[in-house]
Write a protein that binds this ligand. Structure first.
Ligand SMILES: Cc1cc2nc3c(=O)[nH]c(=O)nc-3n(C[C@H](O)[C@H](O)[C@H](O)COP(=O)(O)OP(=O)(O)OC[C@H]3O[C@@H](n4cnc5c(N)ncnc54)[C@H](O)[C@@H]3O)c2cc1C
Length: 410
C-alpha cells in the first residue's frame, strides 16, 4: 500500500497505516489518522462491523475526543445523558444515595450505534472485513530499499494476503494476536474474579426510568436508559473461575435478581434470552512499552482493564487522538511513537490500575465490607463523591487536530 494521498503535514512525506481491528479503538484511530492526512486501511476479522453488544458509557474525556473529531453530535443523537454511580439503592429498594445536579454526566450509547457513527466517518474502501491478521513483519528499509517497512499478513476467504505500510496500529483487542507475536513473554489477560451479564431491552410499563446502581452483597445491578425506549442493564457478581456457563444465562440472571426491587426483575424478564451477554472480567498486566518498531498497541490490546470505571473504551478513544497528535507534531516516526508510548502508558495504566483496585474492593463480599460500601455511599460529601467518581474523566485531548468546527464548539 504505497500511497500518494495523505502524509504528515510536519514532514511533507506521504504516510500510510494499517489498523488491525475495527472496534472502538481501531475505528477511532482510523478516523484520527485520516484527519492528519494519512492513508489508512482497517483490517477486521469479522465479516461485518458489530451490530451486537450492549450499552456503553462515554465519560467526558472520550466525549471531548469525539468533539475534536467532529463526531460528538452524531454520537449524542444516539445517546442519553445520565449519571453513573450516583443513584444507589439496596436490593430491597432502599435508597443509599441520590444523584446531585453536580454529578458528572456520561453519554450512554448502544455499542452498535457508536460503531455505526465511527464507521460512517470512514470511506467504504478504508475497511476490509473478513481479514484476520496472522503476522506483522518489520522490514529494514535501508537494507531492503523499501519505502514502506512493515508488512501485515492476513487471511481472507482462505487465502493469505499482505499489505505494507509505514505504521501498524494493533487495535485487535484484549487477546491481541499482534501483542502475542511481538511481546511473546507478556502474560495473557488475567481473570479478575468477577463475571458480568448484560442486556438491552425495550420494556413496557416501567417509564420514566431512573438510572441506578443497586448494591447487593457480592453483586451489583446497574440500569441505564438508552435512546428509543431501550434500557441497558448489567449484573456483576463474584466468580471463582473464568469460563463458567450456566446453560440458560437468562434464567440464571432471573434467579439471581429474584426479589430485588422494581423494575429489575421486569427488565430482565423483558429481555430476549438470546440478547443476554455473559463475560468474565479480565485485565492486562502493565506492558513495558506500547511500541515495537513500527507497530503500536492501542485500546484493549495495550491496556485492557476491568469495566469497573467504564473507561476501557474511553481510553481507547484517547489513545487514538494522542497517536494522531504525536504523528502530527513530531518530525520523525520514532519520536512520535516514543511520545505516544510515554503519554499513553502513563495515563492508561494508571486508569487500569484504578479499575483493578475498584474491582478488588467490589470482590470483597464480607458483611463488614458490604456495610462499609453502603456507609461510604451514604456519608461521602457531594464534592468528594464527584471528585472520586469523575477522577479519570477530566482529561482533555491535545488540540493540534482541531478543525474549524471543533474549535467553534469547544
Ligand atoms: C462488560 C463490559 C462493560 C464495559 N463497559 C464499558 C463502558 O461503559 N465504557 C467504556 O468506555 N468501556 C467499557 N468497556 C470496555 C470496552 O468495551 C473496551 O475497552 C473496548 O471495547 C476496547 O476497544 P478495542 O477497539 O480496543 O477492542 P475491541 O472492542 O475488542 O475490538 C477489537 C477488534 O479487533 C478485531 N480483531 C481481533 N483479532 C483480530 C485479528 N487477528 N485480525 C483482525 N481483526 C481482529 C475484533 O474482531 C474486534 O473487532 C466494557 C467492557 C466490558 C467487558
Amino acid at each position: 500500500m504505497r500511497s500518494s494521498e495523505g502524509g504528515s503535514p510536519s514532514s511533507g512525506v506521504s504516510r500510510s497505516a494499517v489498523v488491525v481491528g475495527a472496534g472502538i479503538g481501531g475505528l477511532t484511530a482510523a478516523v484520527a489518522l485520516r484527519r492528519i492526512g494519512w492513508h489508512v486501511t482497517v483490517l477486521e476479522r469479522a465479516t461485518a462491523i458489530a451490530t451486537v453488544g450492549a450499552g456503553l458509557s462515554l465519560w467526558p474525556n472520550a466525549v471531548r475526543v469525539l468533539a475534536l473529531l467532529d463526531l460528538d453530535e452524531a454520537v449524542a443523537s444516539h445517546a442519553v445523558s445520565a449519571v453513573i454511580r450516583a443513584n444507589m439503592r439496596n436490593p430491597n429498594g432502599r435508597w443509599v444515595r441520590h444523584a446531585h445536579p453536580c454529578d458528572v454526566k456520561v453519554l450512554v450509547v448502544h455499542r452498535a450505534d457508536l460503531h455505526q457513527v465511527l464507521r460512517g466517518a470512514l470511506p467504504q474502501e478504508a475497511l476490509r472485513t473478513d481479514a484476520t491478521v496472522v503476522a506483522v513483519t518489520e522490514k529494514d528499509g535501508e537494507k531492503d530499499g523499501a519505502q514502506d517497512r512493515v508488512t501485515v499478513t492476513y487471511e481472507s476467504q482462505g487465502a493469505r494476503q499482505e499489505v505494507t505500510a509505514d505504521l501498524v496500529v494493533a487495535a485487535d483487542g484484549i487477546d491481541s494476536a499482534i501483542r502475542r507475536q511481538l511481546w511473546p513473554d507478556h502474560p495473557v489477560a488475567r481473570f479478575q474474579r468477577r463475571t458480568i451479564w448484560r442486556g438491552v431491552t425495550e420494556p413496557d410499563g416501567v417509564w420514566p426510568i431512573t438510572e441506578s446502581l443497586t448494591l447487593g452483597r457480592g453483586a451489583q445491578f446497574g440500569l441505564l436508559p438508552l435512546t428509543d425506549h431501550r434500557v441497558y442493564w448489567f449484573l456483576v457478581v463474584n466468580a471463582d473461575q473464568p469460563g463458567q456457563g450456566y446453560g440458560d444465562e437468562h434464567a440464571e440472571v432471573r434467579r439471581r435478581v429474584d426479589g430485588w426491587h422494581d423494575p429489575i426483575p421486569v427488565l430482565v424478564e423483558a429481555t430476549r434470552p438470546d440478547r443476554v451477554l455473559h463475560n468474565d472480567n479480565f485485565d492486562l498486566d502493565p506492558l513495558p512499552t506500547f511500541v515495537h518498531g513500527r507497530t503500536v498497541l492501542l485500546g484493549d490490546a495495550a491496556h485492557a482493564m476491568t469495566p469497573d470505571l467504564g473507561q476501557g473504551g474511553c481510553q481507547a478513544i484517547e489513545d487514538a487522538v494522542v497517536l494522531a497528535d504525536a504523528l502530527l507534531t513530531n518530525r520523525d516516526l520514532s519520536g512520535a511513537l516514543a511520545s505516544y508510548d510515554q503519554q499513553r502508558r502513563t495515563r492508561a495504566q494508571a486508569v487500569a490500575a484504578a479499575a483493578r483496585q475498584s474491582n478488588a474492593r467490589n470482590c470483597n463480599d464480607s458483611a463488614v465490607a458490604y456495610a462499609m460500601t453502603n456507609l461510604v455511599a451514604q456519608l461521602t460529601p457531594q464534592g468528594l463523591w464527584r471528585k472520586l467518581t469523575a477522577e479519570w474523566s477530566t482529561w482533555t485531548p491535545p488540540t493540534a487536530l482541531r478543525t474549524g468546527a471543533s474549535r467553534r464548539r469547544t
